[in-house]
Design a protein. Structure first.
Length: 321
């Protein structure tokens, strides 16, 4: 039985992560830490657990095996490092860090200490993605001509950490990470950035929206777009030689939601059921599998590094456009 604590009182921890953790019989919830302890009260009232009056107290608790870190991105490196130094496995909310060199350092530290790290791109573990990948592999869409991935949402207000550069804000690091990670999943190990552009309107310290083109050695292309001042969109489009598949809730299908896909060819349009699932539960269970399987541990570190490198490549390439 793994005992897990939470660093910070982020909404995603209360609304999505802890309800999912309660469904995982191999984990026990230890408690939550906050620099403002009164923010922990709703957590304790709803999920039980202990209240830690600062992050350090939670990390000093030797009974805790693993830590979930849903802090603003700029704090991921600092507290991820301290969690590893305290001997805790690390389940990090995305993005893993805000810089490639920070990711490299944390991965090296985890390997040195024999600890496990996992980046919580939970959509990867929803059954709809496996079904879509099977359709592609079986040739049901024909030869793939193009992938399009888009994820964006309306302005949340500049008080939100996503619009604060000091806290690791920006569309690429937030919603942009999702289509980047999906492109890596579908295009494979040889995927590379060939074009990118980030847009930072006057009055903002971070990018609000952007796009990139990613290509692999087989010539398959993914066009990705993302933004946090956009009409809502959360879609994968797979354009094949015989048919097109559209999955309109590829990144955010909640627990109990029936994910669907639309398949169009030259004559027909059909709606396919892609299934109900709980991607947060599955992501937590995958974290446990990584802890128990050394090969999965290696693959987890490789994928985290590839994701971080691709994000950095998008940042660097767009500066030369």
């Amino acid at each position: 039985m793994m005992k897990l604590g939470v660093l910070g009182t982020a909404d995603i921890a209360f609304r999505r992560f802890l309800p999912a953790l309660s469904k995982c019989s191999n984990f026990t919830y230890a408690g939550v830490a906050s620099r403002t302890p009164e923010k922990c009260q709703p957590f304790q009232e709803t999920f039980g657990g202990q209240i830690y009056e600062n992050y350090g107290d939670l990390l000093a608790d030797d009974t805790i095996d693993a830590v979930y870190v849903p802090l603003p991105p700029a704090l991921h490196y600092e507290w991820g490092k301290k969690a590893l130094e305290s001997g805790k496995h690390l389940l990090m909310e995305k993005p893993f860090t805000t810089h490639l060199h920070e990711t490299e350092e944390l991965l090296e530290l985890a390997a040195k200490k024999g600890l496990i790290v996992h980046e919580n791109y939970m959509f990867l573990y929803h059954c709809q993605l496996a079904k879509i990948e099977a359709m592609i592999a079986d040739g049901l869409l024909g030869d793939i001509r193009l992938y399009r991935m888009s994820f964006g949402f309306p302005m949340r207000g500049q008080g939100d950490f996503r619009y604060n550069k000091a806290l690791g804000g920006g569309a690429l690091l937030d919603c942009g990470g999702y289509p980047v990670r999906l492109a890596l999943e579908l295009l494979g190990d040889t995927a590379k950035v060939v074009h990118s552009k980030l847009y930072q309107p006057d009055g903002f310290s971070v990018d609000l929206y952007g796009n990139a083109v990613i290509e692999n050695d087989a010539g398959q292309v993914a066009q990705i777009s993302f933004g946090m001042d956009n009409a809502y969109q959360c879609q994968l489009e797979v354009w094949g030689s015989q048919a097109t598949l559209i999955a309109p809730r590829i990144f955010t299908a909640p627990s109990g939601f029936l994910a669907q896909g639309i398949v169009r060819d030259s004559a027909t349009e059909n709606v396919l059921e892609l299934g109900q699932d709980d991607s947060f539960v599955n992501s937590i269970q995958n974290f446990l599998e990584i802890i128990e399987n050394s090969e999965k541990n290696i693959q987890s570190r490789i994928q985290i590094m590839k994701q971080s490198k691709m994000i950095e490549d998008i940042m660097n390439r767009q500066n030369n456009v």
